[in-house]
Design a protein around this ligand. Structure first.
Ligand SMILES: Cc1cc2nc3c(=O)[nH]c(=O)nc-3n(C[C@H](O)[C@H](O)[C@H](O)COP(=O)(O)O)c2cc1C
Length: 282
């Protein structure tokens, strides 16, 4: 058995925050198929305005095309939508329910009240999503602001917070700050869009199509980066929920060997919500 956020898990598979975890029905389907936890689609405390641009999630196994993109308003749930989902799910499933919250600044007041509401609605832990804040490196006093935010959140909540890392937060910079902020769980790695190098007649060329069978929505470069972040986080004593680039059971074996406690998948579980068990050894 695996221990994560106070629960015993029968296998290491958790669903990443993504389409697969954006509705009650989707999460219950994953739970029925053996997934041990769901990081719910990210939410923010905002009012949805007019949606500009369209949401795209494309997988074409014949032409080999895997792609995702979307504007903020059609991608990010409102806080109320996430609270409703959590309240509906909590009485229906024992799996880990981990809502994901994002805000537009690192000011603790932008995070605390929303996270307390998510805790009261039955969350086992809360993922902190920094993706939409862009590249924070160079922001005045960044290190101190990250540490203060994490400490204040830890003081205000009974449940753990789990920052989600992206490559705008370099691994050797961010891990010591997480530890200083009192964090014990980390979620990684957010989307890294990369080209696909295809080999034909012994030569490589860049393809505008990803290979749907062997890459995630974000390409071949994601898994090696995930492995690097996992290894570094584990060296700092953090409990890692590692994903980004998982396409088969061997990818999962490698992340567990690097020290991850649990693994997470978005693309695979969105494509194949009933086939999660193919990702881990029984
Ligand atoms: C359609 C789609 C929507 C996503 N939405 C979110 C989100 O709301 N919050 C978040 O933290 N990550 C989000 N992600 C990123 C995934 O959680 C994950 O980090 C990324 O897809 C890499 O994992 P994968 O290779 O298993 O797809 C999304 C990914 C996809 C494909």
């Amino acid at each position: 058995m695996i221990e994560f956020m106070g629960k015993q898990l029968a296998n290491p598979l958790i669903a990443s925050s993504c389409i697969a975890t954006e509705s009650v029905a989707n999460v219950l389907r994953l739970a029925k198929n053996g997934v041990q936890g769901a990081i719910l689609k990210s939410c923010a405390d905002y009012e949805r305005g007019e949606i500009s641009g369209k949401r795209e999630f494309a997988v074409d196994t014949t032409t080999g095309y895997t792609y995702a993109s979307a504007p903020f308003e059609s991608e990010i749930l409102t806080l109320d939508e996430c609270l409703d989902m959590l309240r509906a799910l909590r009485p229906q499933t024992e799996i880990l329910l981990i809502p994901s919250f994002t805000a537009s600044s690192l000011a603790p007041e932008d995070w605390i009240s929303a996270c307390q509401q998510l805790e009261a609605a039955g969350a086992d832990g809360i993922q902190l999503d920094f993706f939409y804040m862009g590249n924070l490196i160079g922001v005045d006093g960044l290190s101190g602001r990250i540490v203060s935010l994490l400490r204040e959140l830890n003081a205000a909540l009974q449940i753990p917070v789990m920052p989600k890392l992206n490559i705008n937060l370099p691994k050797d910079y961010i891990m010591p700050l997480l530890v200083e902020g009192g964090v014990t769980y980390v979620s990684l790695l957010d989307s890294v869009r990369s080209p696909y190098l295809r080999k034909t007649d012994g030569a490589y060329h860049i393809s505008d199509r990803l290979d749907a069978g062997t890459t995630s929505c974000f390409g071949h470069w994601q898994l090696p980066l995930t492995l690097g972040y996992t290894y570094t986080a584990v060296k700092h004593g953090l409990n890692v929920c590692a994903g980004g680039g998982i396409t088969c059971a061997d990818d999962v074996r490698r992340l567990l060997a690097a020290g991850a406690v649990t693994v997470q998948s978005a693309t695979f579980l969105t494509k194949y919500p009933n086939r999660g068990s193919k990702l881990f050894d029984k």
